[in-house]
Write a protein that binds this ligand. Sequence first.
Ligand SMILES: NC(=O)c1ccc[n+]([C@@H]2O[C@H](COP(=O)([O-])OP(=O)(O)OC[C@H]3O[C@@H](n4cnc5c(N)ncnc54)[C@H](OP(=O)(O)O)[C@@H]3O)[C@@H](O)[C@H]2O)c1
Length: 324
Amino acid sequence: MRLLVLGGTHFLGRHVVTSALERGHDVATFTRGVSGEPPEGARALHGDRDDPDALPAALDGWAPELVVDTSCQSRPAATNAAAVLADVAGYAFVSSLNAYRTWPPGPIGPEDDEPTWETDEDEYGQNKAAAERILGEALGDRFLTARAGLIIGPHDPLYRLGWWLDRIARGGLVVVPAHLDQPIAVVDARDLADWLVAMAEQGQGGAVNATGPAGMTTLGGLLDVCREVTDGDAEWVPIPDTELLAAGVQEWVHLPLWLADETARTAWDVDTSRARELGLPSRPVRDSVADTWAWMQDSGRPEPRPGRPLPGLPPELEDQLLAG
Ligand SMILES: NC(=O)c1ccc[n+]([C@@H]2O[C@H](COP(=O)([O-])OP(=O)(O)OC[C@H]3O[C@@H](n4cnc5c(N)ncnc54)[C@H](OP(=O)(O)O)[C@@H]3O)[C@@H](O)[C@H]2O)c1
């Protein structure tokens, strides 16, 4: 079928394109064309989805039958897509757990029991929730919104898992949070991508918490896998949350994937029963980490952008923490 990917050149969208091509679809991507091109085999259409005229002009008679939307970050982007694509047979949208008013810190129960944002702020979660409503009204039960949790895998430009892999590969004493038993859940971009395409094909509707099963691993388990995969000699130096926070270590930013323990205990407690019922796979964490590391050997590292430094522990802060 003619499958349009809104997005498709970075990370999740790139895997969606690959999956859709493998499943025999005629695939087009729609992006501004500023951050690269999609995988070979897809037709690359260009335009800014915040501009109401851009998508109709780019489609130019090529009528999508299915849509996977990985790039929506604004209300106009949703309104413009709804105006042009409301007749497709299936529309799978990538939202976020941030669409929930109560996440973080969570916990998050079954999708229909949890409130999503209904305010006008131009913020990430609020925009995702508004976009879900705009597109949901236009498409009805042919609209599926995947409220994604932490996505990992090859082509990840965010350098969260990537930072840990690099730091652990360098070896020596590595600052880690003392609560290594705190839970964490991830979804591999390739699993999510395959599943999004399948959901669009089936015209499946509704909201789905799209992440790995609660309790699938711990932060310590994930870091141990990073050490195995990089074959390093890193030695953990566990530091309590109170000391990390007092030293100015920012959760998620300086120690990527770390949340202070109290938040972590609920934030990763997400009901994914519906995702499991609908067949969202969850490959072994080791496979995701090993494949990410293999990809990093070939791809170099993301460049920090103005106002968007890469995550990771600044060396001077690391020295200070290791000195005790
Ligand atoms: N990473 C996570 O852990 C996580 C967690 C929860 C949810 N999510 C969501 O998952 C999705 C995955 O993003 P991704 O980066 O992996 O997807 P992607 O589709 O691989 O990359 C984003 C695409 O959006 C395009 N784009 C950006 N602004 C645009 C605009 N104004 N008009 C048209 N195209 C535009 C970019 O191309 P150009 O720059 O060339 O336009 C790029 O192709 C996002 O919606 C994100 O909010 C991610």
